[in-house]
Design a protein around this ligand. Structure first.
Ligand code: LMR
Length: 325
């Protein structure tokens, strides 16, 4: 029997195009709700026209609107891409106060009008803290359902290792992004492996250059978003959209056996990360639920980096709450 369509909201839809393909599985029809601000209404309509023209077999309808209530009504998945964008030279904190008020009002609309058990992915920066604000103002959405995107950083880390070793990116797995989707994030390869004809080998053994792994690799991943803004004059679009699809697909359909991914989730105190922050952890997903991978060893260098990014998130949280008052 054909599946009922799932309603997927994408905010900021005219700005960053979102792949409306098989994000939720090859047999899962989708009705796409797109929200943008009134000045983008014409562009939004252009995106709707393109979606119709693309003739995606799974796309069963498109709601393109500038009305937040219409956009949020009945949605099962919400991908929050819309926000005040960071421009070249701006720090993420500069955009905090504008985004706090946007996220507060969108959270209230989701709280009232989204489907029960709606899954939320926040992409717009500062993503972790926007997700925290959304959680605060949408209290009836379970806290496990509110996440932010660090899969982009996770995929960037996989890409860097694959380039360095000249191996297929699909053969590299289990990197971790800890913490904030910012330049304090910690891309960790201590548990990452590469599939080789002789079995799975640790990334550290194959790269055999701890100096590179502990410095240039980390800063390249941390600074990749800024490097893309510098090159394109706009922030990442294709890689951000594709990693957002990866995040939702794995959350809903599950991660492959023996593989974890990185997701920004509400901290329960695992790895001594303060609870009450949206922090990126290694997670596996099954039956539509994520769980933090437990028991990984954390060396001294990693501990410092986990704490540093947690510290930044605590400061962002304080700043965000001060913008609310
Ligand atoms: C990215 O990582 O590409 C973006 O989050 C950068 C940004 O600030 O928009």
């Amino acid at each position: 029997m054909a599946k009922e369509p799932v309603r997927v909201l994408v905010t900021g839809a005219a700005v960053k195009r979102f792949e409306a393909g098989i994000m939720l599985g090859a047999d899962q029809p989708v009705i796409l709700h797109m929200l943008d601000i009134p000045p983008a209404a014409e562009a939004l309509n252009g995106v709707k026209m393109e979606l119709v023209d693309a003739a995606f077999p799974l796309l069963k309808g498109v709601v393109a609107t500038t009305d937040v209530v219409e956009a949020c009504t009945g949605v099962n998945v919400a991908v929050m891409v819309g926000g005040f964008p960071r421009k070249e030279g701006m720090e993420r904190k500069d955009v905090m106060s504008k985004n706090v008020s946007i996220y507060k009002s969108q959270a209230s609309a989701l709280e009232k009008h989204a489907a029960a058990n709606c899954k939320v992915l926040v992409v717009a920066n500062p993503a972790n803290t926007n997700a925290l604000i959304l959680k605060e103002f949408a209290p009836s959405i379970p806290e496990k359902n509110i996440t932010c995107l660090t899969r982009l950083d996770h995929n960037r880390a996989l890409g860097q290792i694959s380039e360095r070793l000249n191996v297929q990116v699909s053969d590299v797995k289990n990197v971790i992004i800890w913490g904030n989707h910012s330049s304090t994030q910690y891309p960790d390869v201590n548990h990452a492996t590469v599939r080789t004809p002789a079995g799975e080998k640790p990334v550290r053994e194959l790269v055999a250059d701890d100096k590179w792994l502990n410095s240039e690799f980390i800063t390249t991943v941390q600074q990749r978003g800024a490097a893309i803004i510098k090159a394109r004059k706009f922030s990442s679009a294709l890689s951000a959209a594709s990693s957002a699809c990866d995040h939702i697909r794995d959350w809903v359909l599950g991660t492959p056996e023996g593989t974890w991914v990185s997701m920004g989730v509400y901290s329960d105190g695992s790895y001594n990360v303060p609870s009450g922050l949206i922090y990126s952890f290694p997670v596996t997903c099954k039956n539509g639920e994520w769980s933090i991978v437990q028991g990984l060893s954390i060396d001294e260098l990693s501990r410092k980096k986990l704490d540093l990014t947690a510290q930044e998130l605590s400061e962002e949280k304080d700043l965000a709450y001060s913008c609310l008052s």
